[in-house]
Design a protein around this ligand. Structure first.
Ligand code: HEC
Length: 143
């Protein structure tokens, strides 16, 4: 009985990896879905700040390509934010702001990939406003 179960599991695992091999080989990594891991908002925001600093530096230094990695990371992080407060978790507006920030990060990444400095600066400015507006609305006044 136990042997059968083990064999069954083995076959299942095999089928799973075969399915992965068949379906997803060569598919580029996607950034448009929330990753499985949720990140508590405080930790996520600290990382987002670091990446946003990198994006701003890249825009200032006229090196759009340098913004690609941090912008992609920000995009994923926004998709993974786990709000701490129940009223934030329950808020459709809060969720929409997170989605908008992820979308703008994706725009920054697209501009970086295209080497488009003007578009990168536009995305940076929009992100800057999105951060500030969400903080005004939802962040306790620490700063
Ligand atoms: C959807 C709303 C929202 C957006 C958009 C947003 N933030 Fe935040 N941010 C918050 C909230 C809420 C907190 C407070 C989190 C807490 O209490 O730990 C916070 C906290 C922070 C903190 C302090 C982290 C800590 O140690 O507690 C930093 C830094 C930060 N945000 C940076 C940014 C930057 C940079 C952006 C834009 C690129 C941004 N945030 C966009 C909601 C947002």
């Amino acid at each position: 009985m136990r042997g059968r179960l083990a064999l069954g599991l083995f076959l299942l695992a095999g089928a799973g990896s075969l399915a992965t091999t068949l379906c997803c080989k060569g598919t580029p990594p996607r950034n448009d879905g929330p990753p499985a891991e949720r990140v508590p908002i405080g930790a996520a925001m600290e990382k987002i700040q670091e990446d946003f600093d990198r994006v701003m530096l890249a825009a200032d230094d006229r090196k759009p390509a340098d913004a690609l990695e941090p912008a992609r990371r920000m995009e994923r992080l926004y998709g993974a934010v786990e709000p701490e407060k129940p009223e934030h978790r329950a808020s459709a507006d809060f969720a929409a702001r997170l989605r908008e920030a992820a979308r703008l990060s994706g725009e920054a990444a697209g501009a970086a990939a295209a080497g488009d400095l003007g578009a990168l600066r536009t995305a940076r400015d929009s992100l800057d406003r999105a951060c500030a507006q969400c903080h005004i609305q939802y962040r306790e006044e620490k700063k």
